[in-house]
Design a protein around this ligand. Structure first.
Ligand code: BTN
Length: 238
């Protein structure tokens, strides 16, 4: 997959902007990337906000084509998370994956991913903490490339590096869906086979993280031995 990157100084949210651009233009090419040096109203999953200081972090969104079969969509962000973890590995950071699409370093979140469906396809928004110096303003344990390596990085260079990994993993995903990236995903999920809790809307369920279904859905084995299939939610490790 080929990307065309458009940088902006400041946007409310790269996801929202790309969505509006696609609506305005009618047919925006798949692979269009919108990146912002500052995002003033960044959005996270479940209507949470995504905080990111000016010129500190990587915040961007990319458009995937609507030609990809819809059963594959739920695992698009998993393929993207794999690419982020691989890029971080090359930077000397040992990252792990948390379903559905968080990238963590020693239990601290370094990257979040937000997918949104539009008529032209799927928007994948990625927020990677790069030069953030401390995480006390964030309501969950968080870290950044700087906090892990002690070095500032060029956000532009990291985007270029990340797009190379995204191109490979998203091409694989577009061909075969989750089954094509399953090995890379499972290799980086530390809590397989362990007890976890999942918050799905208001309900919290505990069970063993038994694995992932054909389309990347989480399989949770309850105490009664019954397998529950979970399509959305937050996972907590115990
Ligand atoms: C999450 O972990 O809740 C997902 C966070 C996604 C944040 C990124 S930053 C770039 C893109 N634009 C947004 O408004 N959100 C995503």
């Amino acid at each position: 997959m080929k990307f065309k990157v458009n940088w902006y100084e400041r946007l409310p949210s790269t996801n929202t902007f790309l969505k509006e651009l696609a609506e305005l233009k009618g047919q925006l090419p798949a692979g269009t990337v919108v990146a912002a040096r500052e995002q003033t109203q960044g959005r996270g999953r479940m209507a949470r906000e995504w905080l990111s200081g000016a010129n500190e972090n990587l915040t961007f969104s990319l458009l995937l084509s609507d030609k990809i079969e819809t059963h594959k969509w739920p695992s698009a962000t998993m393929a993207a998370a794999i690419a982020v973890a691989e890029m971080l590995e090359k930077e000397g950071i040992n990252a792990s994956l948390k379903w559905p699409n968080d990238v963590l370093v020693n239990g601290r979140k370094i990257c979040g991913i937000l997918a949104e469906r539009i008529s032209q396809g799927l928007i994948i928004g990625i927020g990677l903490n790069v030069n953030m110096q401390a995480a006390d303003h964030i309501d969950q344990p968080a870290t950044s490339v700087l906090m892990e390596t002690g070095k500032r990085s060029s956000v532009d260079e990291l985007l270029q590096k990340l797009l190379k990994h995204l191109s490979i993993r998203l091409d694989e995903w577009a061909q075969g869906g989750f089954s094509k990236v399953r090995k890379n995903w499972e290799a980086n999920v530390p809590n397989l086979g362990k007890t976890v809790s999942v918050r799905d809307g208001g309900a919290i369920r505990s069970g063993v993280l038994a694995g992932f279904g054909e389309n990347g859905e989480l399989l949770l084995r309850g105490a009664d031995g019954k397998m529950n299939t979970i399509w959305a939610g937050d996972v907590f490790y115990e």
